[in-house]
Design a protein around this ligand. Structure first.
Ligand SMILES: Cc1ncc(COP(=O)(O)O)c(C=O)c1O
Length: 384
């Protein structure tokens, strides 16, 4: 019999899929996996209904021109520098395959969003993680000195996520300025995963692309922005063609699209058309403001409830997740008691996770959050 390669045999069911499976098995409220309880906005669904039956064939591997332009307008970049992908997951994978290979080191922070490590390894490169600091009073903070110390002659790229899943951190202009200086000093690519760019609770996050357009790839997700995570429409905004980085005068985006076409070839065409119409409407109709107001309320409900039950809560500045530690709670037993959350260890690869760290999603309905809090209160009663 032929054998599977070790990398195929080593790949495990993701913790998100496992917790969702266990949630279904135990009838638990699922505050684990990050998909919203709410439906996508009507203006997006209506546009998709009109597109299915009209735009049903392949589209160009770099994306429908109308969508590339809509993303470009939304982000303030040229649509010609944008590539549409099957979600941010494919965007990150295409960048891994295009930017680094055997022997290259890729710097990232820990806790780390789960796909960064396997995608780097599948590209043949070496993930190097720098732990975020966590203190009871101050919450999460970036250790810039440790980041600088982790750079070696083999470092090729810095992979950042702001707003940051799972910590909820939004990096400040000062922090990003230091990161840009580091990237320029060592001639590194910057991959900036900004899928939660519209989900913030304080000041609008700064995009590192504006500070270092010549070396930054920005990754985005219509699924996250428009509450349609199953649609698989994401994007990469590449360094502008004018930086002269691409081969044969084609621009970086054309080169990256060349790699992308060997995978999924294109994203679902009618859904791209719908997102193209929806992106300007989302701005015009104040959709993101409404989303932030609603998630801010749910964040308050969840954080307040968890604190009342004795948890230390690290309040997120963005994303729809919060992190918390409770001396008695562990994800594996909570799911059996009716509440699914993600264990902190799922986000650690090289360093130990803080004891008892949990990631809890608040993109769920207010009812689900209230029900989860009631069940956690019952868990505490039994523990007493
Ligand atoms: C930080 C981060 N990046 C990328 C993704 C993947 O996004 P998509 O669903 O568009 O593939 C997620 C999804 O949870 C995420 O949290």
């Amino acid at each position: 019999m032929p054998e599977l390669l070790p990398r195929a045999r080593a790949s495990q069911e993701s913790v998100f899929a496992r917790m969702s499976r266990l949630a279904a098995q135990y009838g638990a409220v699922n505050l684990g996996q990050g998909f919203p309880a709410d439906s996508p906005p009507a203006f997006l669904l209506d546009a998709a209904r009109r597109a299915v039956g009209t735009l049903d064939q392949y589209s160009p591997p770099s994306g429908l021109p109308a969508l590339r332009d809509a993303i470009g307008t939304d982000l303030g970049v040229d649509g010609a520098d944008v590539i549409v992908t099957c979600g941010a997951t494919e965007a990150l994978n295409v960048l891994a395959l295009s930017l680094y290979g055997p022997g290259d080191e890729v710097l990232m922070l820990e806790p780390v969003f789960d796909v960064y490590i396997p995608q780097t390894l599948l590209a043949g490169a070496i993930p190097v993680t720098v732990p975020m600091q966590l203190s009871g009073a101050g919450g999460w903070s970036l250790n810039l000195e440790a980041l600088k110390a982790a750079v070696t002659p083999c470092t090729r790229a810095l992979l950042l996520n702001s707003p940051y899943n799972p910590t909820g951190t939004v990096f400040s202009r000062e922090e990003l300025t230091e990161i840009v200086a580091l990237a320029r000093a060592h001639d590194l690519w910057i991959i900036s995963d900004e899928v939660y760019d519209e989900l913030y609770f304080g000041e609008k996050p700064v995009s590192i692309r504006d500070m270092a357009p010549e070396r930054t790839f920005t990754v985005g997700s219509a699924g996250k922005r428009l509450e349609a995570t199953g649609w698989r429409v994401g994007w990469i905004a590449c360094p502008p063609a004018s930086t002269g980085n691409g081969e044969a005068g084609r621009g970086v985006a054309a080169n990256i699209a060349g790699v992308r076409q060997q995978g999924s070839f294109c994203s679902p065409t009618p859904l791209q058309a719908a997102v193209a119409l929806a992106l300007p409407l989302a701005r015009a109709e104040g959709f993101y403001q409404d989303l932030r107001a609603e998630y801010s309320a749910r964040r308050g409900l969840l954080a307040g409830g968890l604190r009342d039950l004795g948890a230390a809560v690290f309040m997120p500045q963005g994303t729809y997740f919060l992190t918390a530690i409770h001396p008695e709670w562990r994800a594996e037993s909570l799911v059996e008691r009716g509440v699914a959350v993600i264990p902190g260890e799922a986000f650690y690869w090289q360093h130990p996770a803080p004891e008892g760290l949990l990631r809890v999603a608040f993109c769920k309905s207010r009812d689900e959050i209230a029900r989860a809090l009631q069940r956690l209160s019952a868990v505490n009663q039994v523990a007493l």
